[in-house]
Design a protein around this ligand. Sequence first.
Ligand SMILES: NC(=O)c1ccc[n+]([C@@H]2O[C@H](COP(=O)([O-])OP(=O)(O)OC[C@H]3O[C@@H](n4cnc5c(N)ncnc54)[C@H](O)[C@@H]3O)[C@@H](O)[C@H]2O)c1
Length: 279
Amino acid sequence: MPSHPSSITPAMSDMSYRGLLSLQGRVFVVLGAGQGIGEQVSHALSECGATVVCVDSDPWRAQAVAETVHGIPVSADITQASDMERVFQTASALPASGPLGLVDVVGMVIPNDLTHGTESGWSRQFQLVLDHAWLAMRVGARAMQGRGGSMVFIGSIAGTVVRSGAALAYASAKAALHHLVKGVAQDLAPQGIRVNAVAPGLTRTPRLVASNPDSFWTTEAARIPLRRVGMPSDIAAAVLFLSSPLADFVTGQILAVDGGSSLASGGGFNLAASGPAPT
Ligand SMILES: NC(=O)c1ccc[n+]([C@@H]2O[C@H](COP(=O)([O-])OP(=O)(O)OC[C@H]3O[C@@H](n4cnc5c(N)ncnc54)[C@H](O)[C@@H]3O)[C@@H](O)[C@H]2O)c1
């Protein structure tokens, strides 16, 4: 008589899904931890037991977030290779029993259309979205060698649906980031290093809230299938999943967290004004 399927998988009853959310004994580097999505990600990782290295180019923000999550502040400009090396040296020196984690949040729109945009604006956009991700992957992969790890990058719905006009350079850089994530995931999988991205739709981050009137958010919420814009906590929850052992068999994926926006042709919302670009 054939045995019941459950009798050949006795380990299933021993699974603790709650335990798979635990990040005890793990160190996570959060690049751009100082506000918005990075700040929420730092809270989420810390609440699940991780020690968080809170990295920001603004030393006060790095310090403030590190204090609230009992993490380690690092003031660094992650577009600079020497700063990226210093960040991972700090993380590697911390006591930890588990794999090393990385979450890279840094990126913003520099409006730059084809006709009126500039060559320097195009290069700066790729530096601010793509180049530091490549650097973080290289330096991070070295630090994760022999212990395994997880990397999560913040992409965008703009890298998935076609964006043109002022968003042309930003969308192109985010699309390249999504592709880079998939390629590096393939390269690093044999070393036990997972690489994924979260692609947010329109999200109420402090920088965008400061640059856009209430009417913008109301109009855009009505265009999103779930009838609201995203919150930093929505993005942090997806990052937490991908960073945790719950996602131990997930790599090379771009997880859309956009209320269904990317299901519609055109992506379902307009580009937000994003304030001045950092110099
Ligand atoms: N808000 C949205 O609607 C939306 C939609 C899609 C994607 N995103 C993505 O979300 C991310 C931005 O999230 P946010 O708005 O919460 O963050 P943010 O732009 O407010 O910045 C987060 C932190 O990064 C720091 N930072 C900037 N440049 C840095 C550098 N060179 N080195 C170190 N730190 C640096 C800033 O000081 C800041 O504290 C970006 O990758 C963006 O493309 C946002």
